[in-house]
Ligand binder design. Structure first.
Ligand code: BGC
Length: 508
């Protein structure tokens, strides 16, 4: 692919939404301010060894205090839409019961400022920040957490339902289950392996209940869920490798997408303990598979899978994200293998834009009734080169990130055009992860995905080359003005307007 900003701009279909994404816990800081309650992540991050180099999320990008500056940088960038998450612990500190007016007010101001700048707000209800009292009561292992998320959705709908243009209920439940409950690498730090399966059903039920609450409140915006998707690639033609890749596909992809899009769990899952002793009620599955307005797909990389326990290590660089001894886990029948001769990110993730096309084609084949799709995250962490010019200004020529984004956005758009391998998919947009270098969960501040470099001592934001590249791309679309309210938004939002007759919703 490797297109220039202008070439890529010419490829983007009219109305294609370009955005940037963040999550509250990764950028806000101010964990003890204005009535926010502690979350499971506050506690997990404070555990020795949980976060690389003992980094603390206490300040992160200080976005809670610098929000207007960050919105100004988005405006300057020229994006159509901003995907952020609502901190549950800031809005409803106990996870149930009273709301915190100061918390509600923060997102109220953010949403108004976005709209005033012609940027459409996309709000994620759950991006991994579980209020501590809920985590202490079992978190997603406890069915009650799903009902609490439904209640939180109703609170958010009442506060912002007139202005949020797209709602994401839950972000990447697969990562929460795998890293949070099966391997113990994320909050709440449980290493339950296969016993983590109830956390799958409860998160999906939480999605369903949140959706039900948003619909009941007649929110003006469209509603969807975000799942991460990684095509699973057998390491060889060996049948055991193929079987292993198939099992990983079920565990990481189909387990989370099938119930939502097909209304049932993959058959093979019924063999696992939790599901063999539990058959989800048809009421639960109906809630989980309610029709969506859009489907959010996060694509970062494919996964190469080989049978057997491996040599006890994960591929170079991936240890921070996956633990350094995944394959040595007792009972692990397969392991993640490196792609030969493949460039990797700072995380060790293989850079394979062609698999973006595979991901979309597999989704199209598996889920014929797929609603419009947004790539709700994509991006790469690199150890960016930092140069000082003669005036001692910081310059960050992050060419590899530019290439990553150009190749992945271009591939997604081409794959979904007529004649492409995923032509049946109605691809509506792409959100870059991330606006800012931020607190990358257990990777701390070491893994940087931002278009904006953040100096975590001074909080100075410096646009990287990728920021200027995206700015040029956005400014050159169809020769249009870089941004005006409504620019670049899809037809779906016309429905949004109809859903709220006379409401103050911004059509963008
Ligand atoms: C998550 C983000 C995370 C990113 C990079 C996604 O799994 O939604 O919160 O920072 O990947 O690891």
């Amino acid at each position: 692919m490797n297109a220039s900003a202008k070439e890529l701009a010419a490829l983007l279909p009219p109305g294609f939404t370009m955005g940037v994404a963040t999550a509250a816990f990764q950028i806000e800081g101010a964990l003890d301010e204005d009535g926010r309650g502690p979350s499971g992540w506050d506690v997990f991050a404070a555990k020795p060894g949980a976060i690389v180099d003992g980094h603390s999320p206490a300040v992160a990008c200080d976005h809670y205090h610098r929000m207007p500056e960050d919105v100004a940088l988005m405006k300057e960038l020229g994006i159509d839409s901003y995907r952020f998450s609502l901190s549950w612990s800031r809005i409803q500190p106990g996870g149930s019961g009273p709301v915190n007016p100061a918390g509600l007010d923060f997102y109220d101001r953010l949403i108004d400022l976005l709209l005033a700048n012609g940027i459409s707000p996309m709000a994620t209800l759950y991006h991994w920040e579980t209020p501590l009292p809920l985590d202490e009561a079992g978190g997603w292992m406890n069915r009650d957490t799903a009902y609490r998320l439904g209640e939180f959705a109703a609170i958010a709908a009442a506060a912002y339902g007139d202005r949020v243009v797209r709602w994401v209920t839950v972000n990447e439940p697969a990562t929460v289950t795998t890293n949070g409950y099966a391997l113990g690498l994320h909050a709440p730090g449980e290493a339950l392996m296969l016993k983590a399966l109830p956390s799958v059903h409860h998160q999906l039920l939480g999605h369903g209940l949140a959706m039900q609450a948003l619909r009941a409140a007649k929110v003006a915006g469209g509603i969807g869920i975000t799942n991460v998707y990684s095509p699973m690639v057998p390491a060889s033609a060996n049948p055991l490798d193929k079987l292993s890749a198939g099992l990983m596909d079920v565990a990481q992809n189909r387990l989370f997408a099938d119930p939502v899009l097909l209304g049932k769990y993959p058959d093979v899952i019924r063999a696992a303990t939790f599901f063999s002793s539990f058959s989800p009620s048809s009421e639960d599955l109906e809630l989980i598979s309610q029709p969506l307005d859009f489907y959010g797909l996060n694509y970062y990389m494919p996964t190469r899978v080989a049978s057997g326990a491996g040599d006890g290590t994960v591929p170079e660089g991936m240890a921070e994200a996956m633990g350094d001894d995944l394959s040595g886990t007792p009972g692990a029948p397969f392991h993640i293998a490196a792609f030969p001769d493949t460039e990797i990110t700072a995380y060790g993730w293989p850079i394979k834009p062609e698999y973006m096309s595979v991901a979309l084609a597999e989704m199209a084949e598996r889920y014929p009734g797929l609603p419009p799709v947004y790539i709700t995250e994509g991006g790469a962490s690199f150890e960016d080169l930092q140069i000082r010019d003669v005036a001692d200004r910081l310059i960050i020529p992050d060419e590899r990130r530019v290439r990553y984004l150009a190749d992945h956005i271009g591939t997604a758009v081409e794959a979904t055009q007529p004649g492409g391998p995923a032509e049946s998919i109605d691809l509506r947009g792409y959100y870059v992860w991330s606006l800012l270098d931020n607190f990358e969960w257990s990777g701390g501040y070491k893994q940087q995905f931002g278009l904006l470099h953040v100096d975590f001592d001074t909080q100075v934001r410096t646009p990287k080359a990728s920021y200027y590249w995206l700015q040029e791309l956005l400014a050159s679309r169809n020769g249009a003005a870089p941004h005006a309210p409504g620019a670049g938004e899809p037809a779906e939002d016309a429905d949004v307007e109809r859903a709220a007759p006379g409401g103050p919703v911004n059509p963008a």
